[in-house]
Design a protein around this ligand. Structure first.
Ligand code: ADP
Length: 500
């Protein structure tokens, strides 16, 4: 091959390279430049028609930590360095349009008998790579997707280090885990599905593309849901030698799914309870109404045949049933107000002791034989900023329940101020009644819930109490022992937090 042909051949060879290439003589003058370098450095024509030789310093700066390190690099090569690999985070700034871009690259020297004959500079604009890496990392970070690969020959997983961070476990050497270690982390119930997917993948006959959900044991001892997906890389014979895949945390979706399942269960439950309530309601209303209508009829039709005692008895029964009917209707009206959020609260500073004394007096008007109904009050009065009418409704409801479920003993109510919680007051109503089984103590605050469906009542009172207490910024709870009695407690702040 003659020399011209050789040069032409070399030129073509350089031009097909994807990297930019500059060939320099020992003085740093550019003797050759491939197509990619011309494009990246915005050089329109080369060799330059002017007589001035083109020096590398006149075409580019090498910007590293804001400084141009090109003169230092060239100096080093002239002084005997064999080559120089560009460090990370270095930019080329070309001097035609002064654009700047990140690069990978290397200087290589050509020497004859130790004497510098030329320098080659290869570089690659990595803007697209860095952008893609950034986009991928951002996407992976946000979606909690963790890439991994499995080396079949070594039976070893290499995982994204963020996977270990996320799970709160210590990474193995080079972020690896053996198959045994990984299987150990998988929930026993999910191991078979994972093993099946792996077997298919490792067979190299077909790929298992469906995502496999599984639980992993986290460093804090909890289980987290993931979804794994993989494919394999095969050698020329088609035998897989590496599995590559991703693991995506689906815990958030699982949590949402669980919340929805829970909500649906609650809705179905509440639907069932409402239906039961409606059925119960007609019975609840009809019973006192029948009694009122029935006894009124008897009095009206047989007034003169009845003794004074009988008449008084019937009137008493009419009065009891009317009272019950009024309470029932009050409850339903209250409930509908709460449902439609139209219940109004008026807060004012109110002395608690006098409120409870009033209740005690009212209770004294309707004594129950064999039951002592008494207020236990501290000497000092306590003022509470509250809606006194609503608070009274709650306490009376608790006392009425106590009356309903107590055969003998006492019903005591009152309040205490714990010096350790001086900003709140605890109001209690306790009885020596039938008590509430442990497993029902949470549910009794739900709407329409009754421990014994045959007992008189709507199952609404306590749920109304709970809603009212929450509006009063307090809490309601119960402690109870079947056969011994119950103690209902309402904790109220002495002063409410006002919303601005
Ligand atoms: P109601 O009393 O109208 O049925 P509540 O919501 O007031 O509805 O009470 C719900 C259930 O809680 C009652 O049916 C009863 O089973 C239980 N309960 C409430 N208070 C007491 C109490 N003091 N002693 C025993 N059980 C009680």
């Amino acid at each position: 091959m003659n020399i011209d042909k050789r040069i032409e051949y070399d030129k073509e060879l350089l031009n097909i390279l994807p990297d930019g290439v500059l060939v320099l003589n020992s003085d740093g003058e550019v003797t050759q430049l491939n197509q990619q370098a011309q494009t990246e450095l915005h050089i329109k024509s080369f060799p330059d028609k002017s007589t001035q030789p083109l020096r590398i310093e006149n075409i580019i700066n090498l910007i590293y930590h804001k400084e141009d390190i090109l003169p230092v690099v060239m100096e080093g090569l002239r002084k005997g360095e064999q080559g120089y690999t560009l460090p990370e985070h270095i930019d080329i700034q070309e001097k035609n349009n002064y654009t700047q871009f990140p690069v990978n690259g290397r200087f290589v020297t050509v020497r004859e008998d130790g004497e510098l004959k030329g320098i080659l500079f290869f570089f690659r604009n990595i803007t697209v790579e860095l952008t893609q890496e950034y986009i991928l990392n951002t996407a992976l970070q946000r979606t909690k997707i963790y890439p991994w690969y499995y080396d079949i020959a070594r039976s070893e997983f290499t995982l994204d280090y963020r996977y270990f961070e996320h799970l709160g476990i210590t990474p193995g050497i080079n972020n690896t885990l053996t198959m045994e270690e990984y299987v150990e982390m998988i929930h026993p119930d999910d191991r078979q599905a994972m093993a099946d997917a792996f077997t298919i993948q490792l067979s190299g006959i077909e790929t298992f593309e469906k995502p496999v959900p599984f639980r992993l044991h986290r460093g804090d001892g909890t289980w987290e849901w993931f979804e794994g997906q993989s494919t394999y890389i095969a050698n020329v014979l088609g035998h897989p030698y590496r599995l590559v895949g991703i693991c995506m945390s689906i815990q958030e979706y699982k949590d949402i799914e669980n919340t929805l399942i829970e909500a649906r269960k609650k809705a179905e439950e509440s639907d069932k309870l409402k239906m039961a309530f409606l059925a119960n309601m007609s019975h609840e209303i009809r019973t006192p109404l029948n009694a009122i209508v029935g006894f009124s009829d008897v009095i009206a039709s047989t007034y003169y045949e009845l003794s004074d005692e009988e008449r008084a008895d019937f009137v008493r029964l009419i009065s009891i049933n009317s009272e019950h009917l009024v309470r029932l209707i009050d409850d339903i009206l209250d409930l509908s107000k709460i449902e439609s959020n139209t219940i109004e609260f008026t807060f004012e500073n109110y002395p608690l002791k006098s409120l409870l004394r009033d209740i005690e007096m009212e209770q004294a008007m309707k004594p129950v034989p064999g039951i002592e109904i008494k207020a236990l009050l501290p000497d000092a009065d306590t003022n509470v900023v509250t809606d006194a009418t609503r608070l009274k409704q709650v306490i009376c409801n608790l006392i009425n329940n106590a009356r309903k479920f107590t055969e003998k003993g006492h019903i005591h109510f009152g309040y205490t101020v714990d010096p350790n919680h001086a900003d709140s007051v605890l109001i209690f109503v306790e009885d020596t009644g039938e008590g509430i089984p442990n497993e029902c103590q949470k549910e009794i605050f739900d709407r329409f819930y009754k421990v014994n469906t045959f007992k008189q009542g709507t199952g609404l009172g306590l749920s109304i109490c709970k809603t009212i207490v929450e509006h009063l910024q307090g809490e309601i709870s119960v402690s109870s022992e079947p056969g011994k009695g119950s103690r209902f407690m309402v904790t109220l702040p002495l002063n409410i937090q006002r919303e601005d």
